[in-house]
Each structure stands twice: as C-alpha cells, then as structure tokens.
Design a binder for this molecule. Structure first.
Ligand code: FAD
Length: 277
C-alpha cells in the first residue's frame, strides 16, 4: 500500500493560553508525521491576525503549515498583501476558499466571488510558489444548484491551478466514491482527501451539520441521540464509527485523510491508532 497523506486542521485560538494548549496538541500530533497542519480563517478577515499569528507559531515546529484564506468580503488588495506576506515568510501551502461570512457581518461580497477566482489570483501573484488545496463536497455544497454544477465548480478550481481537494466531512463513504467517479467522468483526476470529523458532542455536531450541509444518517443520529448524555459513550461510539469510515475510504482508494481536530489531539489519535497510522 502506498503511504497515505495525513493532515491536521486547527482553528486559531482566541487567547494566549489557548495557543499554548494548541502547541501542545501539535506536539502530540507531530509523532504521526503529518504532511501538513492547517489553520482556518474567519471569512471577511474576522480572524486575520489570529490566523497569521497561529500559523507563524505552528510553523516553528512544522514548516508546512497552511493558512486557510477566503475571498468573500475581502478586497483584492488586502488579499494580495496577505498572499505576498505568506510567500515572504516562507509559507508554501494555502487552503483557498470562498468562505462564509460570520452572522452579523452582513452581506459584503468582496471583489472575488468564488474560490476559483482566489485560486487564479494566487497563481497570478505568486506563480507556482504555493501548493493550493481547495474545498470539495461529496454530499454537495448546500448552495449548489445541482450535484453536476458542484462537480463542475470543483473542477473549475483545479483548472484554475489548485492542486488537491479537501472534503467537507461526511459519514457516508459512498458519497465520496460517487464524487470521485463523477470527477473522473469529467476528466478530473486531482487527488481529493476526505475531511474527517471526530464525534465529540452530539448537539454541536448536529447544529454544525445543519449549517454546512453534512448529512448525519438517520441510524447514526438515532444512536447518538440515545447516547447524548454520556460523553464517554458518545466518544467511544464516535471513535468506532469514524475508524470504520476511514477504513472504508482508504480501502476505496482515498489518497489520505484530513482531520478536523477541533484543536484536540486525543480523538484523532485514537482513530489513527485503530488504523495503525
Ligand atoms: P466555492 O468553491 O466558491 O463554492 C461556493 C458555492 O458556489 C458552491 O455551491 C459552488 O457550487 C458555487 N459556485 C462556485 N463557482 C460558481 C460559479 N462560477 N457560478 C455559480 N456557482 C458557483 N470557511 C471559512 O470561512 N474559513 C475556513 O477556514 C474554512 N475552511 C474550510 C476547509 C475545508 C476543508 C472545507 C471543506 C470548508 C472550509 N470552509 C471554511 C467552509 C467554506 O468556506 C464554505 O463551505 C463556503 O460556503 C464555500 O467555500 P468554497 O471555497 O467551497 O466556495
């Protein structure tokens, strides 16, 4: 079996204590030899400084740490400044997104409408300097008009110069299989890495899944609902479900896994232990 690429995603902590804690989490995850870490970005620039600072700190321990960058609600000039700043500081990978404005920020589209516009801008400003990862949606992006449209839009990001996809999380391995088949039929053979969300808290998972369009299958929602007041049981069951999902995805040929760590080491490490990775 060829080596599988593993990557870990964090969000930027709001406090210096949170950042210290995150650096400890990074230390624990480093042992699994990830290809890269990544750090999310609040669309519209809401976490700009925190993302910059967190990426700089994480890079002291792993040079390949990728900032996420989104274009919604941002001016072209500000984006160019950020891209040049990242290039000058030695960052070599960016997760390029459209983003969703946080509620309360109103509707400010920005000069670039979709993520493929951002991919084009990064290539225009910095050539091949960055490896670019973009978002993919095996269960379809909630705003897409159709599955076929969403596939075409993903392909547009690759055609604009992105190197690979990282998926929204999902719990149905077949969705990934159909997505990859559909891409291949369109002549797109870019690697797409499944995004893996550990199951930590039932209410949070259901709330977040409703907003991002991830489907919690009925049987899974029902079982989680039965366990929801017992955090230990939820985590144990979640580890089993997520392990089985990863096993199936890897057996189906997924080139690796991208973990949404939620800034915690243990849930991801348990799954990796089960997988022998
Ligand atoms: P796009 O690829 O631009 O797609 C957005 C929608 O527009 C889709 O429905 C697509 O089908 C449609 N579309 C695309 N092009 C066109 C076109 N030309 N005409 C008509 N429709 C079109 N959000 C954050 O705010 N910060 C983060 O750090 C962050 N990290 C993420 C990491 C990963 C791995 C993933 C999967 C998502 C992340 N998100 C993040 C969420 C993401 O920003 C949202 O899902 C957002 O709604 C879409 O972003 P996108 O880059 O997929 O947009």
């Amino acid at each position: 079996m060829t080596a599988k690429r593993i990557s870990f995603e964090f969000f930027p902590p709001k406090t210096s204590e949170g950042l210290e804690k995150l650096l400890g989490v990074q230390q624990q995850l480093l042992a699994r030899k990830p290809a890269f870490f990544s750090c999310t970005y609040g669309a519209g620039g809401s976490t700009r400084d925190n993302t910059l600072n967190t990426v700089a700190q994480l890079r002291e321990h792993h040079a390949d740490t990728a900032p996420h960058l989104s274009c919604i609600g941002e001016g072209r000039e500000e984006l160019v400044k950020l891209i040049n700043g990242y290039r000058d500081s030695g960052v070599t990978r960016i997760v390029a997104l459209r983003g969703d404005l946080p509620s309360g920020m109103g509707y400010a589209q920005g000069e670039l409408k979709y993520a493929d516009d951002l991919v084009r801008l990064i290539r225009e400003v910095s050539g091949d300097h960055f490896t670019l990862e973009v978002a993919a949606y095996p269960e379809m992006h909630p705003q897409a008009r159709s599955f076929a449209d969403d596939i075409a839009h993903f392909k547009r990001k690759i055609d604009a110069g992105a190197n690979a996809g990282l998926t929204q999380y999902f719990y149905n391995a077949d969705a990934y299989g159909f997505f990859m088949d559909a891409l291949q039929k369109q002549g797109c053979d870019a690697p797409v890495y499944p995004g893996i969300m550990p199951i930590l808290n039932v209410a949070n998972l259901i709330r977040f899944s409703n907003t991002c369009g991830a489907d919690i299958p009925r049987w899974l929602a029902s079982k989680l609902n039965d366990l929801k007041d017992d955090e230990v049981a939820v985590r144990a069951f979640g580890t089993e479900i997520v392990t089985r999902l990863c096993e199936r995805l890897l057996a189906m040929g997924a080139p690796g896994l991208h973990f949404y760590t939620m800034n915690q080491a243990a849930p991801t490490l348990k799954v990796l232990d089960n997988l022998g990775l």
